[in-house]
Write a protein that binds this ligand. Structure first.
Ligand code: FAD
Length: 301
C-alpha cells in the first residue's frame, strides 16, 4: 500500500490540474521552439550566469501549468554517437506566459561551468546550449512533465516555498499566478530563498524584480539567505526558516498549508532538521501524512 492510498481522498489537498486538451511532446518527436528572449538575471559583479529564457510555443498545443517542467534535448551527440539525454528545467512562467502571452514558456537556467580535478574547464552541455541561444534560434523541447508540484485550487491555503539558486523558477510561476493573474489569494505566502549574495538573487535584484515587486502585498513575505556575504556568517535557507520558526511551525501545525522545496538536494536535510527540532518525535509521522495529503512537495536536483 502506498502512503497515498492510506489517506481518504476527502483529506487530500485539491490542486490545479493539467487541462485534458494539453499536448505533450516526447523526446523522439520534440517541438522545435524559437527563442523570444534570453536575458541575464544575475548582476554584472558575479560570474554566476543565470538567465531568463523565453520560448515561443505557437502552434504547439502545449498548455502547461505552474510547477511543471520542460525537457530540453541538446543538439549533437554524446561521444558514443547516441543523442544527448534530455535535461529538465522547471517552468518559470505562469500558464498565462511571459508578457501575458500564453503562447510562451519561460525557463530560468544557470550556466554550468566548473573546473575538473585537473583544472580543465567543463561546460554543462544543455545549460550552455540554452544560455548561448540568440533570439530567433531554436531548441528541441519535450514535455511538459510533472503532475504533483502544483498550487492548491483553494485561495485560502497558506504556502511555504523554499528554494536555492535556480530552484526559484517554479516559485516565480506560482507568484505570477497568485499576484499577477488571480489577485484573490487569501492564504499567507512565505518564500525562503538561498543564494550566495544579492547579485545572484534571481528575480529579486536590480536587474529584475519579477518577484520582489510583489513584496508589498499583505499576504507575501520573502526571506533571503546569503551564504557568501560575510565569510564568518554564512546564512542558508534553513537558518532563515529557523529565524522564522514560530510562524512557519504555526502554519504547519494548523494544517491548512502546502509546502514546496525546489533546487539543491542538500537543502532538504537542513530544513527537515529545523522542523524535527520543533515538532520532535512526531515529525516523521506528520511529514508522511502531509506527503499523502499532497501538502509536502519536493523537487530537488
Ligand atoms: P551536464 O553536461 O549534464 O554536466 C553536469 C555535470 O557536471 C553533472 O555530472 C554535475 O554533477 C557536474 N557538475 C556540475 N557543476 C559542477 C561543479 N561545480 N563541480 C563539479 N561538477 C559539477 N537547472 C536549471 O538551471 N534551472 C532549472 O530550473 C532546473 N530545473 C530542473 C528541474 C528538474 C526536475 C531537474 C531534474 C533538473 C533541473 N535542472 C535545472 C538541472 C538541469 O536539468 C541540468 O541538470 C543542468 O542544467 C546541468 O545540465 P548540463 O547539461 O548543462 O550539464
Amino acid at each position: 500500500m502506498t502512503a497515498d492510498s492510506t489517506v481518504p481522498n476527502a483529506l487530500k489537498l485539491v490542486k490545479y490540474d493539467i487541462p485534458d486538451s494539453a499536448k505533450t511532446y516526447k523526446p523522439n518527436a520534440p517541438f522545435i521552439a524559437k527563442v523570444v528572449a534570453n536575458e541575464r538575471l544575475t548582476e554584472e559583479g558575479t560570474q554566476v550566469d543565470i538567465r531568463n529564457i523565453v520560448f515561443d510555443l505557437t502552434d504547439s498545443g502545449i498548455q502547461y501549468i505552474e510547477g511543471q517542467s520542460i525537457g530540453i534535448i541538446p543538439p549533437g551527440t554524446q561521444a558514443d554517437g547516441r543523442p544527448h539525454r534530455v535535461r529538465l528545467y522547471s517552468i518559470a512562467s505562469a500558464r498565462t506566459g511571459e508578457y501575458g502571452c500564453s503562447q510562451t514558456v519561460t525557463l530560468c537556467v544557470k550556466r554550468v561551468l566548473f573546473q575538473d580535478e585537473q583544472g580543465v574547464e567543463v561546460y554543462g552541455i544543455a545549460s550552455n546550449f540554452l544560455c548561448n541561444l540568440n533570439v530567433g534560434e531554436t531548441a528541441a523541447i519535450m514535455g511538459p512533465t510533472g503532475r504533483t508540484f502544483f498550487l492548491p485550487a483553494d485561495d485560502n491555503v497558506n504556502l511555504l516555498m523554499v528554494a536555492a539558486g535556480t530552484g526559484i523558477a517554479p516559485f516565480r510561476a506560482f507568484i505570477q499566478r497568485i499576484y499577477r493573474d488571480k489577485k484573490t489569494w487569501n492564504g499567507q505566502v512565505r518564500l525562503f530563498y538561498g543564494v550566495r549574495n544579492a547579485m545572484e538573487s534571481a528575480y529579486m535584484n536590480s536587474r529584475n524584480d519579477d518577484i520582489a515587486q510583489y513584496m508589498s502585498h499583505d499576504t507575501f513575505e520573502a526571506f533571503q539567505a546569503f551564504s557568501h556575504v560575510e565569510p564568518s556568517r554564512k546564512v542558508y535557507v534553513q537558518d532563515q526558516i529557523a529565524s522564522n520558526k514560530d510562524e512557519v511551525c504555526a502554519i504547519i501545525a494548523e494544517g491548512n498549508f502546502s509546502f514546496y522545496l525546489c533546487g539543491m538536494k542538500a537543502m532538504e536535510q537542513g530544513v527537515e532538521d529545523v522542523l524535527r527540532g520543533h515538532f520532535g518525535e512526531q515529525w516523521e509521522a506528520m511529514r508522511t501524512r502531509f506527503k499523502a495529503e499532497g501538502r509536502w512537495n519536493i523537487e530537488t536536483y
